[in-house]
Design a protein around this ligand. Structure first.
Ligand SMILES: C[S@@+](CC[C@H](N)C(=O)[O-])C[C@H]1O[C@@H](n2cnc3c(N)ncnc32)[C@H](O)[C@@H]1O
Length: 610
């Protein structure tokens, strides 16, 4: 389960950093910043080529006192603190506003018109080109309540019915009520259910929710209450031709310029290139639409409107946010490995001053799948092949659950080895096993090969030197209901081989897996003389051995073959060699498979296991 994310190679924004204490503007990364507040300035980007589609480089940043944005409930996170509270990411710095045009159409026609205007509509990732107009919807139930009985009643007759119910009059029935009387009448006409249908009316009738405001470093932090809504974009109409005076605030935008409610409408967002255009400047298809509806009663619901599309931090992809945050010219971290809920970064030295910030963005952009972000501190050196990890963001638990090939593995990355990148190789290996096999996994870890084999073969003997790995392997065998097919051992690999083949168990073993690429080839000497105590004419097993290894040699296959021959003290070994993957530049992981030669098993050049 590996996620590889590819990004643009270098970012294009400068990186001003404010030290919290001094509030000085520094253009180079502070070597040991205690606290960083990171800001992105899109203003100084004039020389950059502006791409088509949404971009942080393109949209306008909202003004600091933009009241309109303040009223958008769902985006109030000003500063979110990372794990050690020493890096602050200002999400508002990533809010961008785009001016676009839209065709307002009756809700019932929007899908047909979406098809018709295809090619002229906004085509931005994750942005629907049909937007709802807040507050102008009346659902089916309400329609019934308002007396809509049949399909024929649709359209203007419904509008008339609503108007009659609201004010006792509809178009052409006589004078209209003043806005104050109208509102008063509304309040009396609708019961509490009715208020729900007219959200704006319900809003003014309800006391405002209080928001807790906190001061953080001179800026006001607005604490979010309850669950943050999962919105990353908001569309608002900024110019509604004809003006709707005070009715609009009361009844929502659906309450049209002629003072009558024009029914549910939707906005069909037009391609960014039509922003600010008049109807006569639009393509023929759109002009034809306006010309057609002009002659009909539905013309009231059709209009060209200017809209403001606001995209928030949550909208922008991880690479774009990181490109904006990291200094100009710095390579953006291009991949991470996922192990259960943990994202495992491999940061370069140049990234280290920004490690928490990078981790915070990785976490934000991959939640809820990712709950913890870690970085490998040192290359793997120890015997148990465990990694030195530093938790950079999210929760500190390194115990996670990985699902591989339908099996569930509990692993503690701090104590045991796990590598999701080997999943495909494990699959390939298992393809060579069948129900007659008995498998011996010498370096089994938490059991990804051993347990997967246990589903296929007769019996599995699995061993690891790491007591934690053995504990997890036992637990995993129970979790996967395979405990009856597997026997677990905790000893040194060489000893295990000797012990197995000197016992009756070893006589049935048909496959041996040795996946410890650093040392496995050298451990093959354990097979020398394993049958010295046996008679040559006995019914003995000569299993197929699959041994893994690394090689940096110019001819890696030859090099690995040589190491195997030396360990076995046998020249004539018929080995099938495979390159598994390139683990580092010039360093291959290989798998060699061969049948244990009789000459090796009966060799007099035995070794003494400690
Ligand atoms: C590369 S991991 C492979 C684990 C497992 N096969 C997998 O694919 O996840 C190697 C394992 O060998 C174990 N190991 C290291 N030295 C060992 C030894 N001398 N005897 C037995 N196991 C050993 C480590 O604890 C580790 O779990």
């Amino acid at each position: 389960m590996m996620s590889k994310l590819s990004f643009f190679r270098a970012n294009s924004l400068p990186f001003p950093v404010f030290s919290r204490c001094s509030a000085r503007l520094i253009h180079k990364p502070n070597p040991a910043p205690k606290t960083l507040i990171l800001c992105v300035f899109s203003g100084n980007l004039t020389s950059t080529t502006v791409p088509y589609g949404p971009s942080l480089l393109k949209g306008k940043k909202p003004l600091p006192n933009d009241l309109r944005l303040a009223s958008i409930d769902s985006h109030r996170g000003k500063f979110e603190e990372s794990i050690d509270k020493d890096v602050l990411l200002d999400e508002d710095e990533f809010t961008r506003i785009f001016e676009i045009s839209a065709v307002r159409v009756p809700a019932k026609d929007c899908f047909a018109l979406e098809n018709r205007l295809r090619g002229h509509l906004l085509n931005w990732p994750r942005i629907r080109n049909i937007a709802r107009v807040p507050g102008d919807e009346v659902d089916e139930e309400m329609m019934k309540l308002l007396g809509r009985e049949t399909e024929e009643d649709e359209g203007d007759s419904v509008v008339d019915s609503v108007n009659r119910r609201i004010r006792g009059k509809a178009e052409g029935d006589g004078e209209r009520l003043s806005s104050v009387l109208h509102r008063d009448q509304l309040a009396r006409t609708f019961n509490s259910t009715g208020y729900l249908k007219f959200r704006n009316l319900a809003k003014i009738s309800r006391p405002k929710r209080k928001r807790k405001a906190e001061k953080v470093e001179g800026k006001e932090k607005v604490k979010e209450r309850g669950n943050r809504r999962n919105e990353f974009a908001v569309v608002e109409v900024v110019e509604d031709r004809g003006g709707t005076e005070d009715f609009e605030g009361l009844l929502g935008e659906g309450y049209g310029s002629r003072g009558i409610w024009r029914g549910s409408t939707r906005l069909l967002l037009l391609d960014e290139k039509y922003s600010g255009e008049e109807v006569q400047d639009l393509p023929e298809t759109i002009k034809a639409l306006f010309a057609e509806v002009k002659k009909t009663d539905a013309s009231l619901s059709f209009e060209l409107v200017k809209c403001r599309l606001t995209l928030f931090y949550d909208y922008w992809p991880m690479n774009e946010v990181l490109e904006s945050l990291l200094p100009k010219g710095m390579i953006v971290p291009s991949a991470f490995e996922m192990v259960g809920h943990i994202a495992h970064l491999n940061l370069r030295d140049e990234h280290l001053p920004y490690k928490r910030l990078i981790a915070k963005v990785v976490l934000d952009k991959n939640q809820p799948k990712i709950q913890t972000v870690v970085n490998k501190i040192d290359p793997i050196h120890n015997d148990f092949r465990t990694m030195q990890l530093e938790v950079l963001a999210g929760n500190h638990s390194l115990v996670t659950l990985v699902v591989e090939n339908g099996l569930r593995f509990h692993v503690d990355l701090a104590r045991v080895y796990w590598n999701s990148k080997l999943g495909t190789e494990r699959q390939r290996l298992l393809l060579g096993f069948d129900h007659n096999d008995v498998v011996c996994d010498v370096f089994a870890g938490v059991g990804p090969i051993a347990l997967a084999a246990a589903r296929i073969v007769k019996r599995v003997y699995a061993n690891d030197l790491n007591p934690h790995a053995v504990e997890y392997m036992e637990q995993n065998s129970v979790v996967n209901k395979l405990e009856k097919r597997i026997e677990v051992f905790n000893m040194d690999g060489r000893r295990f081989i000797k012990a197995m083949f000197s016992s009756d168990k070893g006589q049935k073993v048909t496959q041996v897996v040795m996946n410890l690429p650093k040392d496995a080839a050298e451990s093959l000497d354990a097979f020398r003389g394993v049958y010295n105590d046996r008679q040559r004419d006995e019914d003995l097993s000569f299993p197929t051995i699959h041994v893994y290894g690394f090689s940096k040699a110019p001819d890696p296959e030859f090099d690995f073959h040589e190491r195997i021959r030396i360990a076995l003290s046998e020249v004539a070994v018929d080995v099938k060699m495979r390159k598994v993957r390139l683990v580092a530049p010039g360093k291959w992981m290989l798998c060699a498979s061969f049948i244990l030669p009789k000459s090796v098993a009966f060799s007099r050049r035995n070794i003494n296991c400690v």
